[in-house]
Ligand binder design. Structure first.
Ligand code: IMP
Ligand code: MG
Length: 184
C-alpha cells in the first residue's frame, strides 16, 4: 500500500482546479438558461466517474432538478470494445422528463452512444449529453455532446472523479498518467 500523495504515477496537470471551477460555472449557467422552461429536469449521471463533476455542476444549476445514476461498464480493460453492460439502472421513470446524461469522459464514444439509445427508448421529453472531457480524436462512433467541459488530447487522465483502476478519483485537478510509473 502506497502512502505517497499525490499518486506517484501522476504525469502533469492538464486542467487545474481553477479552470475546472470556471468551466463548471459556465456550464451551470448555460444549463440554467436552456432549461428555464423545464418542469422536470433530471441530471442522470454515469457512475462512478461523473460523481465529482455532478456534485459541483448541480449546485450551479439554478433551477429545480432531481438526480439519478446508472452504472455501466464497457468490456475489456482500458481499450473499449463497444460492448456496454448495464450494472445498475436508474430508478426514475424518465418518460416525459428533460434528461441530461452526464459522463466524465467520452473516449471511443461507445458508452454514451449505447446509453443514449437505451434512454431514448424510454421516451424522455428531451435528452442531451454533458461530458466533462472529450478525447475527440479517439471517437469511433459519432456522439452528440451538447455540453462539454474540455476537449483533451489522447492522454490517459485521472482526477476530479476519473480513475485508473479506481485510483486517482480524489485529485482535485485533471492530470495525465505517467504509464511508465504506473503499476497495478
Ligand atoms: P468510451 O465508451 O470509450 O467513450 O469510454 C468512456 C469511458 O471510459 C469513460 O466513462 C471512462 O470511464 C473511461 N475512460 C476513457 N478514457 C479515460 C481516461 O483517460 N481516464 C479515465 N477513464 C477513462
Ligand atoms: Mg466512466
Amino acid at each position: 500500500m502506497t502512502r505517497k500523495f499525490p499518486y506517484e504515477f501522476i504525469g502533469e496537470i492538464i486542467i487545474t482546479q481553477e479552470q475546472i471551477h470556471e468551466r463548471v460555472n459556465e456550464l451551470g449557467r448555460q444549463i440554467t438558461q436552456d432549461y428555464e422552461e423545464s418542469d422536470n429536469l433530471l441530471i442522470l449521471g454515469l457512475l462512478r466517474g461523473s460523481v465529482v463533476f455532478i456534485t459541483d455542476l448541480m449546485r450551479k444549476i439554478h433551477h429545480p432538478m432531481t438526480m439519478d445514476f446508472m452504472s455501466v461498464s464497457s468490456y475489456s480493460g482500458s481499450e473499449s470494445s463497444g460492448f456496454v453492460r448495464i450494472d445498475l439502472d436508474h430508478k426514475t421513470n424518465i418518460a416525459g422528463w428533460d434528461v441530461i446524461l452526464v459522463d466524465d469522459i467520452v473516449d471511443t464514444g461507445y458508452t454514451v452512444k449505447t446509453v443514449r439509445k437505451l434512454l431514448l427508448d424510454r421516451n424522455p421529453k428531451s435528452l442531451r449529453v454533458c461530458a466533462l472531457l472529450d478525447k475527440k480524436e479517439r471517437h469511433k462512433v459519432e456522439v452528440p455532446i451538447d455540453y462539454l467541459g474540455f476537449e483533451i488530447p489522447d492522454y490517459f487522465v485521472v482526477g476530479y472523479g476519473l480513475d485508473i483502476d479506481e485510483k486517482g478519483r480524489n485529485l482535485p485537478y485533471i492530470a495525465s498518467v505517467d504509464l511508465a510509473k504506473y503499476t497495478k
